[in-house]
Design a protein around this ligand. Structure first.
Ligand code: TXA
Ligand code: MG
Length: 359
């Protein structure tokens, strides 16, 4: 089940702002040897392999137990390298690159024949991004090859935002982990398709819909994002993804009514013998003080950067607390709120309570 190398996963500390060249050289050598390195990006930890080496990429799918129908993102260190993996670069890419790269935006473009079919799950398109995290940047540049990297978790689990999350899922299955501490954004990149009539967001993420609209004029949302339905456009975006072990329910609506509904539901579940955890905002803390529930706050609800940054670590913490049910509030659809809602909906496999306002 490992990547075909040591069962001993080497964990190397690295300065997230100024990565030590010696550490990066060691990791790049592992990539060039066709083995797997988990590394921090600004969004979540990625599990990297040489994207042009099909055997190395096979190891990603094996280590993650990921079905080969789910395509990978190819990471580059500079826009000049786009032509190595993309067969045709539309004009609009220049403006998007100027505004958002390096950063948490992934573009779906026509694939270059050089990219192994395994990377793209046989599709004629390839997803590419240029990450801004200094460690990711340095690793890709030093490797000298494009790096295919999904999130560094077992398939179906929550994406890792801490090195300890990567170890929990993949220790003994991969050659190396670069420990650069917590990631910065906390949710994955926005996946934007430039195939077809209109630019379409397949997965909301670190770059908001509003900022894309500023550059593109108009941007569509794929139906899976709008409705959270099961017919996935982006294969990895099916529901039941990013899921903790506990049963998650998302509460939507007016914040004070949501608070009330979550309190009532918590009490009922506890009476039935369930162990309940709540995922809330700082301003909700008081309302749950008197209840025997595990509490995780992701920050003040109007600070969406903090909310996104803490989302996965909080879900993992509730799982570790051994709760059977997680009740989560949402944070609207503005800015990073859309990505947060999308991930909560997936964690909940679409289980949503729309709290009706009386007024
Ligand atoms: O922030 C991120 O994007 C992180 C870091 C490591 O870069 N990566 C990540 O990769 O989240 P992964 O494999 O967990 O998710 C990639 C998403 C999936 O939803 C996949 O279906 C979609 O991108 N994707 C990849 N290639 C695609 C393609 N050719 N067409 C449509 N969707 C694609
Ligand atoms: Mg993933």
């Amino acid at each position: 089940m490992n990547d075909g190398s040591d069962l001993n996963t080497i964990c190397l500390r690295v300065d997230p702002r100024q990565p030590e060249p010696g550490v990066i050289r060691r990791a790049a050598a592992v990539i060039r040897a066709g083995r797997l390195v988990a590394f921090p990006t600004e969004t979540v930890y990625g599990l990297g392999a040489n994207a042009l080496d099909a055997r190395a990429v096979t190891r990603i799918f094996r280590a993650k137990e990921r079905p080969s129908s789910d395509p990978l993102i190819v990471h580059l260190s500079a826009v000049e390298d786009l032509e190595r993996v993309v067969s045709e670069v539309p004009e609009i890419v220049e403006r998007l690159a100027l505004a958002f790269w390096p950063g948490p935006l992934t573009l779906v473009l026509p694939k270059h024949p050089r990219v192994p079919d395994l990377v793209t799950a046989g599709k004629p398109t390839v997803a590419v991004r240029i990450p801004s995290h200094p460690v990711a940047q340095a690793l890709i540049a030093e490797s000298g090859v494009p790096i295919a990297a999904p999130s560094a978790n077992r398939f179906g689990q929550i994406s890792p935002t801490r090195p300890s999350h990567v170890l929990a899922d993949l220790e003994g299955r991969i050659a190396m982990i670069l420990d650069g501490g917590p990631t910065f954004v906390g949710v994955e990149s926005t996946v934007l398709s430039l195939i077809g009539e209109r630019p379409t967001i397949l997965r909301p993420g670190g770059v908001s819909r509003e900022s894309l609209t500023e550059v593109l004029g108009e941007v569509a949302l794929s139906s899976t994002v709008v409705r959270g339905d099961e017919a996935a456009v982006s294969p990895g975006t099916h529901l039941k993804h990013y899921a903790p072990d506990a049963e998650v329910t998302v509460y939507r609506g007016d914040p004070s009514e949501v608070q009330q509904a979550m309190r009532v539901a918590s009490r009922r579940l506890i009476q039935q013998g369930a162990r309940v955890g709540v995922l809330i905002a700082d301003e909700d803390l008081q309302a749950f003080q008197d209840l025997p529930v595990a509490v995780q706050s992701v920050g003040p609800s109007d600070d969406l950067e903090t909310v996104a940054q803490r989302l996965y670590v909080s879900l993992r913490a509730l799982d570790r607390a051994g709760v059977s049910h997680i009740l989560a509030r949402e944070f609207g659809t503005r800015g990073l709120g859309l990505a947060v809602r999308d991930r909560l909906m997936r964690a909940a496999s679409g289980r949503v309570v729309d709290v009706q306002s009386d007024s």
